[in-house]
Structure formats: C-alpha cells, structure tokens
Design a protein around this ligand. Structure first.
Ligand SMILES: [Zn+2]
Ligand SMILES: [Zn+2]
Length: 170
C-alpha cells in the first residue's frame, strides 16, 4: 500500500491522485496511476476533459495497472490489487473481467456499492488498516533518504554563507 501511495504521486490529473499496485504470489507485476494514456496530453498541462462532472481525459490508476499488465503480456488472473481508493464502478467491472480475486483499498471514494458487487463476483474486498508502527516506520524511512540529507547539507552551507556575508563589516 505504501508503494501504491508513492505511485499515486505521479498522477497527472490533479482532481485525484490515485495509485495502484498489482500483486501475484507476493510479487509486484504492474503499477498504475491516474493519468492520460502514454503519448497523450496530460490534464495538468492542458486542463481537464470534463464530461457530465467527470474528467474523462485520464485513465484511472486501476485501469492503467491492468493495461500495463496487458501491454507486457502478464496474466492478471488470481491477482490482488492494492489501490489508494476503492475502484469506481467502471474500474471495478474491468478488475472483475481481468480475474482479479482480491481488492485492498486504502479508503472508499464515493459509494459505488463496491462491497456488494465484490461479494457477488466472488472477490475479496478489504479496507487497508495501517497501524501506528507501520506509519512511523514509513515516515522514518523517508526521513532517512539521502536526498533529504543533501538538502540539509545545502541548507547548512547556505546559512553558513549568509552568516559570513552578515559578518562583513560595513
Ligand atoms: Zn483530469
Ligand atoms: Zn475508476
């Protein structure tokens, strides 16, 4: 689920940052985020393509995930999808058609009766329940990234530089 959130950061339709990760036998086989098909203009560059209150310019994270699997010829039958939002009805139909057997969502986005549909389709549907230790571990992990260390060094150098400038007598 942490990886689904990282993938979501790449979304190119700012109406919703969504990400998904497809897993088979505990291995990640595809990922996707909310964005236009490869090679097409992105909402964040040209604006949304609105139709009946929805942006139709983008493919949803779940669609992009299973389409990536299709692109590379990876079977989706019997897979689990981790997604930052519960799928909308359109995506849910596609996930069922792709033979996905388990959906794990961080939260429900609009009530799409996803739970009822999954029950009927024989798909396990779960809301991800992060515990405090998991969240602490994640934030520690990002705190310790080398990039942050570099930023700190740069900031330290900058303040040293400012200090030395201030030290120059008038
Ligand atoms: Zn859009
Ligand atoms: Zn959708």
């Amino acid at each position: 689920m942490a990886m689904a959130h990282m993938v979501a950061e790449r979304s190119t339709c700012d109406r919703l940052l969504g990400g998904a990760v497809l897993v088979r036998d505990k291995r990640i086989i595809a990922t996707g985020y909310n964005g236009s098909p490869s090679g097409m203009d992105h909402c964040n560059d040209i604006g949304h393509l609105m139709e009946e209150g929805h942006c139709i310019g983008t493919l949803h994270a779940e669609e992009n995930t299973v389409l990536q699997a299709a692109l590379f010829g990876v079977a989706t039958q019997g897979t689990t999808i981790y997604t930052t939002y519960a799928p909308c009805y359109h995506c849910l139909k596609k996930l069922i058609a792709c033979g996905i057997t388990r959906i794990v969502a961080m939260q429900v986005y609009r009530d799409t009766k996803v739970r009822d549909v999954c029950l009927k389709a024989g798909i396990r549907f779960e809301i991800f329940n992060p515990d405090g230790a998991w969240l602490d571990h994640l934030s520690d992990m990002f705190k310790n990234l080398p990039r942050e260390a570099q930023t700190e060094v740069k900031q330290a150098e900058k303040s040293k530089h400012t200090a030395s400038l201030n030290a120059i007598p008038e």
